[in-house]
Write a protein that binds this ligand. Structure first.
Ligand SMILES: *[C@@H]1O[C@H](CO)[C@@H](O)[C@H](O)[C@H]1NC(C)=O
Ligand SMILES: *[C@@H]1O[C@H](CO)[C@@H](O)[C@H](O)[C@H]1NC(C)=O
Ligand SMILES: *[C@@H]1O[C@H](CO)[C@@H](O)[C@H](O)[C@H]1NC(C)=O
Length: 367
C-alpha cells in the first residue's frame, strides 16, 4: 500500500508539473495580451484626443466663401445654397433635414454606384418638397418627379452597405417605388436608394490616414469618400484651366461643398491646417489633400465621360504634391492630381448647427 501511494504521489507530481507549466504559460499569454490591449488602447486614445489640444492662434484672412453646395445623394447633382448649417457629418440645408451625402445609390450587393460608372447620375436631383414638410422630391430629365419621405427606422429593415473599404455601413432602404424610379432612369436593374440614418460616422480608418496629423475618424462623414467637407479654391481651378488644351473645367467637376475665392495664390488651400469661416464658431481642420479620381472627368452638362481624360490628366501633370508642407501627408497623396483639401468640423462644442453663408470671410491657420 505504501508502495502504491508512493507511486501515486510520483505520478501526481508529474501531472502537477505539467499543470503548473500550463498555468504559467497561460498566465504569461494573458499578461501579454493584456499589455498589448493596454498599449493599443492607449495609442488609440492618444490619436483620437490629441487634436483637440491643438488650438490655432494666428489667423490670416485668405479668401471668402464663393459657393456652398450640398449633394444630398452621393455622386448626384448638388444643391447650390446661400446659407447652410455645419454638422459633423457635413453641410445641412438651413431649413430642412437634407444633409450632404446622406443618400447613396447602391447595387444589389449594397455597393455604392458612382458618377464615373454611371455619368447620367449627374442629372438626378433631390430637393426639399415645397408642399409637404420633411418630404423629398427626386427629379431627372424626362421623368415624372417622385415625392417621398425619410425611411422610418421602425418600419424599414436595416441594411448593410459598402462605402470605399468600409463593408459594414448601416443604412435604411428608401423603398421599392424610389428604387424603380432610379432603375428606370439609369436603365439598370436592382439599384436601390439607401439613407444614412445613424447620427455619427460609421467609417473606419485605412492605414494611410494615420500619416495625416489632424485626421480623425470623426471627420469621415456619412457617405462621402473620405471626409465631411471639401474646400476648393476657384483660383486653383482657374490655374488648371489656363493649362487645359480645350474645354475648361468648372467647380462642378471638382464637387466641393465649400467653393472659395479671392485666394491670393492658386492651390494655397492644400497647405492650410485650419480654416475659420465667418464668425468665431465654425472651424474646420484639414484631414488630407484631395487626390482626385476619374469621376472628375465626367462632363456633368452632357452626362458623358470624355475620352481625353481631362481635366484630370493636366492636373496630375501639375504635381502639386511637391509643394505640400507636411511631407508625410505629401507622401500619402504622391503623384496624384490634387484639387482641394478634405476637412472635418473642429471644436464641435457650439459649432454644430452654426450657419455659414456665401461671402463669409475665410481665415486660415497653420499647425
Ligand atoms: C505650401 O507652403 C510651402 C512652404 O511655405 C510653399 O513653398 C508652397 O508653395 C506652398 N504651396 C502652395 C500650393 O501654396
Ligand atoms: C470615391 O471612391 C470610389 C472608389 O474608390 C471612386 O470610384 C470614386 O470615384 C471616388 N469619388 C470621389 C469623389 O473621390
Ligand atoms: C511629383 O513630386 C514628387 C515629390 O516632390 C516627386 O517625388 C515626383 O517624382 C513628382 N512626380 C512627377 C510626375 O513629376
Amino acid at each position: 500500500m505504501a508502495k502504491e501511494s508512493l507511486h501515486k504521489f510520483a505520478g501526481m507530481g508529474q501531472d502537477s508539473q505539467i499543470y503548473y507549466l500550463t498555468a504559467f504559460l497561460a498566465t504569461a499569454l494573458l499578461v501579454g495580451i493584456g499589455a498589448w490591449l493596454f498599449t493599443s488602447m492607449k495609442k488609440k486614445k492618444s490619436t483620437s484626443t490629441q487634436n483637440t489640444k491643438v488650438r490655432p492662434e494666428k489667423w490670416c484672412l485668405v479668401g471668402k466663401v464663393a459657393k456652398l453646395i450640398v449633394y444630398p445623394i452621393k455622386s448626384c447633382q448638388g444643391i447650390v445654397v446661400e446659407e447652410a448649417a455645419v454638422t459633423r457629418l457635413g453641410l445641412k440645408l438651413r431649413d430642412h433635414n437634407i444633409r450632404d451625402r446622406d443618400f447613396m445609390i447602391v447595387d444589389k450587393k449594397g455597393k455604392s454606384i458612382t458618377l464615373d460608372v454611371m455619368p447620367a447620375m449627374s442629372f438626378i436631383t433631390l430637393e426639399p418638397s415645397l408642399e409637404k414638410k420633411n418630404h423629398l422630391v427626386m427629379s431627372a430629365p424626362g421623368m415624372d418627379s417622385i415625392v417621398f419621405t425619410y425611411p422610418d427606422e421602425d418600419k424599414s429593415e436595416e441594411k448593410i452597405c459598402r462605402v470605399m473599404h468600409d463593408k459594414n455601413v448601416k443604412a435604411l432602404d428608401c423603398g421599392d417605388q424610389v428604387a424603380e424610379w432610379i432603375q428606370t432612369f439609369l436603365g439598370k436593374e436592382e439599384l436601390r436608394l439607401f439613407y444614412h440614418h445613424v447620427p455619427e460616422t460609421q467609417r473606419t480608418f485605412e492605414p494611410y490616414m494615420f500619416e495625416c496629423p489632424l485626421y480623425e475618424k470623426t471627420d469621415m462623414g456619412a457617405f462621402q469618400n473620405e471626409t465631411s467637407y471639401l474646400i476648393v479654391g476657384q483660383e486653383s481651378i482657374d490655374e488648371l484651366n489656363a493649362r487645359l488644351p480645350e474645354k475648361k473645367s468648372s467647380w462642378r467637376n471638382w464637387r466641393p461643398t465649400i467653393l472659395i475665392d479671392n485666394v491670393l495664390e492658386p492651390f494655397a488651400e492644400i497647405n492650410w491646417s485650419f480654416v475659420k469661416i465667418g464668425g468665431e464658431n465654425v472651424i474646420l481642420k484639414a484631414a488630407i489633400p484631395c487626390a482626385r479620381c476619374g469621376l472628375t472627368t465626367v462632363d456633368q452638362d452632357t452626362g458623358t465621360l470624355p475620352k481625353d481624360g481631362e481635366p484630370l490628366k493636366t492636373l496630375r501633370q501639375m504635381n502639386k504634391t511637391d509643394v505640400i508642407v507636411d511631407r508625410k501627408m505629401a507622401e500619402v497623396v504622391k503623384n496624384r492630381g490634387i484639387m482641394g483639401i478634405r476637412m472635418g468640423l473642429y471644436v464641435p462644442a457650439g459649432a454644430e448647427g452654426s450657419l455659414i453663408k456665401v461671402g463669409d470671410p475665410i481665415y486660415a491657420a497653420l499647425l
